[in-house]
Design a binder for this molecule. Structure first.
Ligand SMILES: Cc1cc2nc3c(=O)[nH]c(=O)nc-3n(C[C@H](O)[C@H](O)[C@H](O)COP(=O)(O)OP(=O)(O)OC[C@H]3O[C@@H](n4cnc5c(N)ncnc54)[C@H](O)[C@@H]3O)c2cc1C
Length: 382
């Protein structure tokens, strides 16, 4: 008998967005019989660590939260502060915990099927979305795609990346404040750019230290290694340290659009669906919100599936900040220092999660170097 390769939904890519969608779908009460998930990788490596902040009492993936903090600190020239985050928490989920947890839970539900293969093409036909691998063609009412990212950037648009390398290190001495990650430390040489370090403590002796830049391209591995070693030995004054793990990556910080050339039966999700916040690169929290909106549409039984969109005003703020970073009329370090020094932290966190109100937004805008922001606003809006 010929194998039936038709599904209600296909999830193309089993990373953060694909597995988040499958997990929410499983719990949603939406009626379905067959969902196919595909990825070219086995998702069995700890290839990333997600951090985000939230004030919700319960969150997706609470079961696998690796660490949660109620404080973090910010450090720059002439301003250093340990912030109380309440009612927010800064939360960390490790990539491998996430993949293993989602796959274990989903495999208990016979409605989900899994294939490890490379996706070669996606397209929409009148009744179906079609996904092709080198050997098979699969059909579904909708394909949710995080595998293919097609970015379209116009000539005058800023196309930055948040680029970083992180070392999980162990110090022989107890040097880390276990209760307080360093959210941004602008001590590293800025090199006419935006460079800072995150320090995420796992214990008093173990921390993930990430050297990060916001700019139009990443730097060499040697440059990351030198910068990390300088930070550990000169700034943190570690006499020695042991390297346990390493992660490296780039997250888009772009004014460009992630396009969908696959037709209206393919729905882009994850970074491909525009969920990497252009001004910060933070994505995990936005993926969960986007997924909730998708599930709501499926619950409503929408005939014409519409892509959930972000509020326009936040897209405009992001464009303006990216333009300020790109024009370098004011050092990035000065902008971020003003944001953390002059604002109520809880409002700032709400603003960065796109959950603030206009009154809070206006106050935040008044806190940044006004000349540079006014010039960028004029450039971007007119
Ligand atoms: C190292 C790192 C650390 C990060 N840390 C944070 C953080 O702390 N906080 C935060 O908010 N964001 C963070 N991000 C950004 C963002 O949250 C992640 O990139 C997130 O994984 C994006 O989810 P996604 O589903 O869009 O993409 P991915 O998780 O990358 O998933 C895409 C999937 O598609 C598969 N795929 C690709 N092409 C094909 C193909 N042709 N065929 C089959 N499968 C394919 C890939 O194997 C992958 O599994 C980080 C990113 C990186 C790289």
């Amino acid at each position: 008998m010929k194998e039936d390769l038709t599904y209600e939904y296909i999830i193309a890519g089993m990373g953060c967005a694909g597995l988040s969608l499958a997990m929410q779908l499983k719990e949603s009460g939406v009626a379905f019989n067959r969902v196919l998930l595909l990825d070219k990788d086995l998702k069995n490596k700890n290839d990333r660590t997600w951090c985000f902040w939230t004030k919700k009492k319960t969150n997706w993936f609470d079961a696998i939260v690796f660490k949660k903090w109620r404080h973090f600190s910010f450090k720059s020239d002439g301003f250093e502060k340990r912030f109380d985050l309440e009612p927010y928490a800064y939360v960390m989920v490790r990539g491998l915990d996430f993949y293993e947890y989602c796959l274990t839970e989903l495999k208990k539900d016979a409605r989900f099927e899994f294939i490890t293969d490379e996706i070669l093409a996606l397209k929409s036909e009148s009744e179906w979305a079609v996904l092709n691998t080198s050997t098979q063609s699969y059909k579904a009412q909708y394909v949710f795609n995080s595998a293919f990212r097609k970015l379209s950037v116009k000539k005058n648009q800023v196309n930055y990346v948040q680029h970083f390398k992180g070392w999980l290190i162990e110090s022989p001495e107890p040097v880390f404040d276990e209760a307080c990650p360093v959210f941004m430390d602008f001590s590293p040489e800025q090199q006419n750019d935006c460079r800072f370090v995150y320090v995420i403590p796992f214990s008093k002796t173990i921390a993930l230290v990430e050297y990060t830049g916001f700019s139009n391209r990443a730097i060499s591995t040697t440059a990351y290694n030198e910068a990390l070693d300088t930070y550990l030995t000169s700034n943190l004054k570690l006499a020695s340290y042991k390297l346990l793990e390493s992660e490296q990556g780039e997250i888009p910080m772009t004014e460009g659009d992630f396009t969908n050339p696959y037709g209206d039966r393919v729905i882009n999700i994850g970074t491909a669906g525009g969920n990497s916040k252009p001004s910060t690169g933070y994505t995990f929290y936005f993926i969960q919100k986007h997924t909730e909106a998708i599930i709501q549409q499926l619950k409503n039984g929408s005939k014409q599936f519409k892509m959930p969109v972000r509020e326009k005003r936040f897209l405009i703020y992001d464009k303006i900040l990216l333009d300020v970073l790109n024009k370098k009329t004011v050092p990035a370090k000065k902008v971020f220092t003003a944001l953390f020094q002059k604002n109520d932290l809880q409002h700032l966190l709400a603003f960065l999660n796109e959950e603030s109100n206009i009154k809070q937004d206006l106050k935040i805008m008044r806190s940044v170097p006004i000349g540079a922001f006014a010039a960028s606003a004029i450039r971007k809006l007119i």
